[in-house]
Design a protein around this ligand. Structure first.
Ligand SMILES: C[S@@+](CC[C@H](N)C(=O)[O-])C[C@H]1O[C@@H](n2cnc3c(N)ncnc32)[C@H](O)[C@@H]1O
Length: 275
């Protein structure tokens, strides 16, 4: 009877895990995810989707459903935050908006119907090449690893940077905050996503008391070596609201800060360029 009760509580998933070793389970899991992903690709209308091997330049996985899901949710957050902060009333024509560090257009592609004059730039030549082919009407540029950006002063009414300041070390934060301020008009809007204290829990090896203490003391913490520090996306920058204020404050007023404002994970902050 006891044996029977025990068998009853074992789920199919547990039986699967007990019967098959990880060396067999992982390839099966990968094949299943690949099939689901190919299906998502096949049934997604609109502009071409980036090939699987390029996705690692903007996210941790090679899955297109993640690219689409994150892009859509982030674009909604950007659209709503910039619109409600008055982007539309900045000039008499549609606002000109730059996606700084646009990568493979994960966010951009979901903002094409806003009526904004969208442009994008990134240091990654291959991403920009791919984007030019996928969205030929969009103005996108390759920029250098250090400022300046290839735009005149005060060229944009608004700018957003998604998962870009989440990877800069402190000198880069200061350099790029100043450069962003140069290309945005006085009174223009800048939206930045960042990782706050709660995001540290997503990085097991980094989430130790000494790092939390450094983040709360300095308002900023940079981890150069979550994996290979040569790889931009493996570097992690964490900001408190006060830390963001000290980096962007010399050029901007802080308008709003939403902890977990992007999909419950990254924080969303909107600044207005000082007049
Ligand atoms: C995590 S990805 C995010 C890409 C895109 N914003 C998105 O959300 O899909 C970071 C991007 O920042 C770009 N990047 C890194 N340093 C940059 C810089 N100095 N200027 C512009 N883009 C940069 C990388 O090439 C990469 O495409």
């Amino acid at each position: 009877m006891i044996a029977f009760l025990c068998v009853e509580t074992v789920t199919l998933k547990e039986i699967y895990h007990r019967l098959l070793p990880a060396s067999i389970r992982y390839p099966i899991g990968h094949a299943r995810r690949s099939a689901v992903d190919s299906w998502a690709r096949w049934r997604t209308p609109g502009a071409p989707l980036p090939p699987r091997h390029m996705l690692r330049s903007v996210q941790m996985t090679p899955w297109i459903w993640e690219y689409l899901q994150v892009g859509c949710a982030t674009a909604e957050a950007v659209r709503s935050a910039l619109s409600s902060s008055g982007l539309g009333s900045l000039g008499d024509s549609p606002p000109r908006v730059l996606d700084f560090g646009c990568g493979l257009g994960r966010t951009l592609r979901f903002l094409l119907d806003t009526g904004w004059l969208l442009e994008g730039c990134d240091i990654d030549f291959q991403s920009i090449e791919w984007l030019r082919g996928a969205l030929p009407d969009l103005a996108v540029e390759v920029n250098e690893i250090n400022p300046p950006l290839p735009y005149p002063d005060h060229h944009f009414d608004g700018l957003y940077a998604v998962s870009v300041f989440t990877h800069f070390d402190r000198p880069e934060q200061d350099r790029w905050a100043a450069e962003v301020a140069r290309v945005v008009r006085p009174g223009g809007l800048v939206l930045v996503t960042s990782m706050g204290p709660h995001a540290l829990t997503g990085f097991e090896q980094v989430d130790i008391p000494a790092h939390r203490e450094a983040l709360s003391r300095n308002g900023f913490f940079f981890d150069p070596a979550q994996a290979d520090s040569e790889e931009f996306n493996a570097r992690g920058a964490f900001h408190t609201k006060e830390g963001l204020g000290s980096i962007f404050g010399p050029h901007f007023h802080l308008l709003r800060h939403e902890s977990g404002g992007v999909d419950g994970f990254q924080d969303l902050t909107v600044f207005r360029a000082r007049e």
